[in-house]
Ligand binder design. Structure first.
Ligand SMILES: [Zn+2]
Ligand SMILES: [Zn+2]
Length: 289
């Protein structure tokens, strides 16, 4: 596994890359723009080049971008559809410009229209987004915890969302706290093994591109999404060991989404993850990306 964090924005993109390098990230997630805004804004060419240079120098990869929370792929509201499509394509173009592996987007909310209608709408919007972006640009759908009218919860729903698209362009991100909220007790190895088997026979393991490694302070199966610092939530040490020790997932980037309090905190938690990985999976031969 390659370990990293969602890096809080520093003064500019190169400074953000330097922060990631300084704390020992092997992979990183960044917001594609302001997470609470529709605006992505233009990227300064020099800033972009300097970012890529810093990332390459530190041998960080993959870089993934997270889209703003306002985007709703499954909405029946025409105006929100238009804004969401624009927001998603802007993020995909940004990812392409930053040589990022992919952009991560939540599957969306059906707003009362029902899961099937929501999945159809999300698929149609993804079709348009893929048409409007460079053929190398990709998108990864993040599983939900089941809050409100969210879609993209079960393995079956995720499989239906990605199935219409080429395997190299649309993938899945698994957020461990969202899985917990949905009722998967990942601290139990048989539960995780069962999930992996379902992923294999459903969308296929090659559709899983990233793990969002979050502990959860919500109750198991509560359909609530309350990220906690690992190991301060309910999955705890046992959950972390089960996920990191899972051979079927050990090639994936693993990203902590909760920011650490200090660079020192981030450095220590990433170093301890690498030690845990070595203990559970043996010495690493670190392929890039
Ligand atoms: Zn997310
Ligand atoms: Zn997440």
């Amino acid at each position: 596994m390659r370990f990293g964090i969602h890096v809080p924005k520093q003064a500019d993109l190169p400074a953000t890359a330097r922060y990631a390098a300084q704390v020992g990230c092997e992979t990183i997630q960044l917001f594609s723009g302001n997470p609470m805004s529709w605006m992505t804004g233009a990227l300064d060419a020099r800033e972009r080049e300097a970012f890529i240079e810093e990332i390459e120098r530190a041998r960080i990869g993959p870089v993934v971008l997270h889209t703003p929370y306002l985007i709703n792929l499954a909405t029946p509201d025409k105006r929100l559809q238009a804004n969401s499509l624009r927001g998603l394509t802007a993020a995909m173009v940004r990812a392409h410009q930053l040589s990022a592996r992919t952009v991560i987007v939540h599957c969306g909310n059906h707003m009362g229209a029902g899961t099937d209608a929501g999945i159809d709408r999300a698929v149609r919007m993804l079709e348009k987004a893929l048409d409007r972006t460079p053929p190398e640009s990709t998108v990864a759908l993040e599983n939900g915890a089941g809050k409100g009218t969210e879609i993209g919860l079960s393995v079956d729903e995720l499989a239906r969302l990605v199935a219409p698209f080429p395997r190299e362009r649309v993938g899945i991100v698994l957020d461990t706290a969202h899985l917990w909220g949905l009722g998967y007790d990942l601290s139990e190895k048989p539960v995780l093994d069962g999930l992996v088997a379902d992923l294999k026979s459903g969308p296929g393991l090659d559709r899983i591109w990233t793990i969002h490694g979050n502990d959860s302070s919500a109750d198991l199966g509560s359909r609530r999404d309350r990220h906690a610092l690992w190991t301060e939530g309910h999955m705890g040490r046992k959950g972390l060991r089960t996920v990191v020790g899972c051979k079927a997932l050990s090639h994936l980037p693993f990203i902590f989404e909760i920011p650490g309090e200090t660079p020192e905190f981030d450095r220590r938690r990433l170093a301890s993850m690498r030690r845990l990985d070595r203990r559970l999976n043996g010495p690493r031969n670190r392929p890039r990306n």
